[in-house]
Ligand binder design. Sequence first.
Ligand SMILES: [Zn+2]
Length: 150
Amino acid sequence: MDTSALFGLEQVPADWEAFVTEGVLAELEKYGDRRAENLLPMLKVSQATSASISKVRDAARSTGDSVRLSPVDVEVLALALELGAKVVTDDYSIQNLATVLNVEYLPRSMKGITKVVRWNYLCTGCGKVFREHHPDCPICGSPLRTTRKR
Ligand SMILES: [Zn+2]
């Protein structure tokens, strides 16, 4: 997980083995995210080897992401590469490079995983929105479509 993924996060999903690097921890402390203290017991701290770091740097050079990636970003990707893990990040450069390196990534919308997602039901006919589920629209009888509550 990179720093962007951890901001505002209350909990790491219970079935995850979540890793961060020393650099991510340092960033969390720097920005003074108080939640970091709560998250820490759920995180494992590890470092990537210099071999995988150079692999990520090489890939970054080839895609032109070098300038946009911080040393911490590189660290996070290198560690994911090594562990065969997914990167959790909102950073587009990291996502871009992850694709190149065949590392899977998840955007931070995984907040939806730790929080209950609330759904609305939108009528495809009359456009009325319902909070509760119906087999079809009680007003016009058209099918309802599920939408995520904003
Ligand atoms: Zn309707």
